[in-house]
Design a protein around this ligand. Sequence first.
Ligand code: GDP
Ligand code: K
Ligand code: MG
Length: 299
Amino acid sequence: MKKQEFKSGFVTLIGRPNVGKSTLMNHLIGQKIAITSDKPQTTRNRIQTVYTKEDGQIIFLDTPGIHKAKNKLGEYMVSIAERTMKEVDVVLWLVEPTTFIGAGERHIGEQLLNVKTPVILVINKVDTVKKEEILKFIQAYKDLYAFADIVPVSALKGENTGELLNTIFKYLPQGPMYYDEDTITDQPEKQIAAELIREKALRLLSDEIPHGIAVAIDSMKERKGGSMMDIDATIVCERDSHKGIIIGKNGEKLKQIGIQARREIENLLDMQVNLKLWVKVKKDWRDSDFLIKNYGYDR
Ligand code: GDP
Ligand code: K
Ligand code: MG
């Protein structure tokens, strides 16, 4: 019997903030690499992950959502998303399950007009609607753009995600195995650890602070014998008042961020972690090219 052809390619996830791009990618590769939260602009970097099966490989690119930029960090985030759409084999455009198509979606549709890449529409979060409504959403989006395919899923519950993988492979060319089968991401462990700390801060803090924070890992060292990883990290914020809120009454907030982040970093590294957290103010770091780079947002 003829050996099946190996198919492979690059697939990007785009869509408005909070539609579930990072949640879906984590689910498809079966590991938490990209952090998620109910706050927009959670993802700041282009994160690459790899899904490998016997006869194929997908390299996913999770990008920051497309939105109107308000500062240099925002401009950087939008430009990554827009550049990526032209470099890939398939675009996955994630949307909410609704018949209302707003300005955000129309803006993305316009960006895609000059892109020849096949676009698969992923209607996410179908766990939040009645099954019989889904056809209506499909129809509404069909009027917006000439999609190659439309697949409703729930990234959170893992509904119909196998079907989505099959649909993606339909549009991938024959190609090489770009990465060995053990490769899951291009993100260094240090970067993922910093992101996991930022995720806990995003989830535990009130709305206005999270956008202005960054996390730097000051040191990450394994103890002799490999029994424990010592990590020192700094949460950077933009104002003195924010520093107080991040630390919290009697240091309670910072302690909670530390406890929750440590658990996830232990999962990631598969060893015990001793995590020490500091908080530092750097005014307007989001408008400084140097500091944006310094905190790892430079690709
Ligand atoms: P991103 O900004 O597009 O990367 O979105 P995230 O992956 O960070 O998710 C934003 C929010 O939507 C988080 O609170 C997720 O838990 C939630 N979410 C993502 N996918 C689903 C889904 O399929 N169903 C439901 N109910 N919530 C989801
Ligand atoms: K988000
Ligand atoms: Mg994201």
